[in-house]
Design a protein around this ligand. Structure first.
Ligand code: SAT
Ligand code: MN
Length: 588
């Protein structure tokens, strides 16, 4: 008798018709074999991997993608629940039967002449009851190698699956990398994703956004937990006590920098547990516990440098076990090292740009693609928390939400209670960036930074958040931050980066009940002098401005929130409407 896993592989062989099948075991030899193979293989005329300078960046490889395949493609991403309403206005929807027919016809025979990699993997640490079993098939060796970094791949996963049929199924083919034949189809009710035509991280590493957010958020909704687009950090104070936070930010708000923060304040340390995704369960003691389902970081390269994120640079140079991948960055030909804008102040003078052309330094374009990436094991991170592999997860005392806003949102404030925190999080707005293809620079509402990743109706999702607050016995404090507020001249008022530790210190003081707060129209603001500004050259009036409430701007904000809420009709929970009404009254 075949196991459900074997049956799945047989079914895939029949559909995809690969020349060869390779089942990944997760071993070191395998990494060696696949990186060698990738250096000899081509996709659409591009060599899959090239070795980089191993002295500077041990065990590191360069990958250049098709130029049409450099970011997530939200317009080609669908959530195929049995009804359109379940998917909600936040998702593109297609009837599951029709979607499967379409995908089956695209995928039929698509692996002829190729190898099908079968990737058994676990999201989460193997011993945790919160972790989930998964299998992905793919015809991309780059994807197979990336999955080995980002998840726990191989024998341990296959053993954990055993005879069970309870595992996520991910079917992926890069096809002919043609945007006209590119779809990322989610079937939450079948625990299945079918993805065709793209090799880009979020479209192709199905354990990441597709499973660990879209499908998992749906599972969490059914099972009473949360799958969130959040970092997890532990912050050690001078007294040695560690406080665990979650943080949700839309892309390009410094989320990864915060996860790997080297605090400026003396005596404080930040330990990283996750840079992108958190699964949050209510523990036996009624407190919220978070695990990071991933095992690696798929980070944006540009802007990562010794001055902005030294810990990440160390991580990239600290390779112990897994090959590290650099995708669509530029190459410094002087020493065959990866380069991107922000890595060094000086631009090296002999660069090959991300498209493989000689870089003309006079040209306006960047040498690395703005969404160029590194894929690196989290175990390389020198500040990785000792609790990272704790099967119980870590107990959460604070949740930080943020967005990139030039005005309106103060540097920091605290929600009055869980419901108003959920309200605040449901209204996050941020200026768009390059991580998703589309316009750059406009403000987009992005509740909980989950708008592209919530695998069901966001109105139901808000209700689910409210319900978690009712069920949990000990509730974390919820904070909102905005590191990006600008003055009348368009200059950032807050230094950001390592100085953000000052704000985290204030949060810990609030959690510990060590400092009071000023009640305002929108929530609790820091009291006078409550933020530790020692050693920082900042004017008192700038701080006042950073924490000020511009009523005119808030009136506009409220109109935008109302417009956004209107998209969800009666799905917006009453509690959130009440919060909006209260805010309206206070601001008027
Ligand atoms: O590839 S991911 O979706 O994880 C990153 C991104 O595009 O936001
Ligand atoms: Mn992300």
């Amino acid at each position: 008798m075949s196991t459900p896993m074997e049956l799945f592989v047989q079914e895939m062989k029949k559909l995809l018709q690969p020349d060869e099948v390779y089942v990944m075991d997760g071993s070191q030899e395998e990494a060696q074999k696949l990186t060698e193979l990738a250096q000899k293989s081509e996709i659409n005329g591009l060599t899959v991997l090239k070795k980089l300078n191993g002295e500077e960046y041990p065990n590191s490889y360069y990958h250049r993608s098709n130029t049409n395949d450099v970011a997530r493609t939200e317009h080609l991403t669908f959530v195929c629940t049995s009804t359109k309403e379940e998917a909600g206005p936040n998702n593109n929807w297609q009837d599951p039967k029709e979607a499967k027919e379409k995908m089956n016809s695209l995928m039929k025979g698509c692996m002829k002449g190729r190898t099908m990699y079968v990737i058994p993997f676990i999201m989460g640490t193997p011993k945790s009851k919160y972790s989930k079993n998964c299998i992905q098939v793919t015809d991309s060796v780059y994807v197979a190698l990336s999955m080995r970094i980002m998840t726990r791949v191989g024998k341990q996963a296959a053993e954990r699956i055993g005879n069970s049929s309870d595992f996520f199924r991910g079917i992926h083919s890069i096809g002919d990398v043609n945007p006209d034949r590119r779809f990322i189809m989610h079937f939450p009710q079948d625990n299945l994703v079918m993805s065709f035509g793209s090799g880009y991280g979020g479209n192709a590493l199905l354990g990441k956004k597709c499973y660990s957010l879209r499908i998992a958020s749906y599972l969490g909704y059914k099972e009473g937990w949360l799958a969130e687009h959040m970092i997890i950090i532990g912050v050690e104070a001078p007294d040695g006590k560690i406080t665990y936070f979650l943080g949700a930010f839309p892309s390009a708000c410094g989320k990864t920098n915060l996860a790997l923060l080297e605090p400026l304040l003396k005596g404080y340390k930040v330990f990283a547990l996750g840079d992108d995704i958190a699964w949050i369960n209510i523990g036996d003691d009624g407190q919220l516990y978070a695990i990071n389902p991933e095992a690696g970081m798929f980070g944006v390269a540009p802007g990562t440098g010794l001055n902005t994120n030294p810990t990440m640079i160390q991580t990239l140079k600290n390779n112990k076990f897994f090959p590290t991948l650099f995708t669509n960055v530029a190459i410094n030909n002087a020493d065959n090292t990866p380069w991107w804008e922000g890595l060094s102040k000086e631009k090296p003078n002999d660069l090959t740009d991300w498209q493989g052309n000689k870089y003309e330094s006079s040209c306006e374009k960047s040498a690395a693609h703005p969404n160029s990436r590194f894929t690196v094991s989290i175990y390389n991170c020198p500040t990785l928390s000792q609790e990272y592999d704790n099967p119980k997860g870590v107990p959460i005392s604070g949740i930080i939400f943020g967005g990139r806003r030039a005005s309106t949102i103060p540097l920091v404030y605290e929600a009055k209670d869980w419901n108003s925190g959920v309200f605040i999080a449901s209204t996050i707005g941020s200026e768009t960036t390059a991580a998703a293809s589309g316009q750059v620079g406009t403000v987009r509402r992005d509740p909980m930074a989950m708008l592209p990743f919530c695998g069901y109706n966001m109105g139901d999702y808000f209700q689910h958040w409210l319900n978690i607050g009712k069920k949990a016995k000990k509730i974390p404090k919820i904070f909102m931050v905005n590191w990006f507020r600008k003055d009348e001249n368009g200059n950032f008022m807050w230094p950001g980066f390592r100085d953000n530790s000052r704000i985290i210190k204030w949060m810990i003081d609030r959690i510990e009940g060590k400092t009071g707060a000023k009640e305002s129209e929108i929530g609790f603001l820091p009291e006078e002098n409550a933020i530790d500004l020692s050693g920082l050259d900042i004017k008192k009036e700038t701080v006042d401005k950073l924490l000020s409430i511009d009523k005119e701007a808030w009136r506009k904000e409220i109109v935008m929130v109302e417009e956004f809420y209107a998209k969800f009709g009666d799905k917006i929970p009453k509690e959130l409407k009440d919060c909006l009404d209260v805010l309206k009254k206070k601001i008027s």
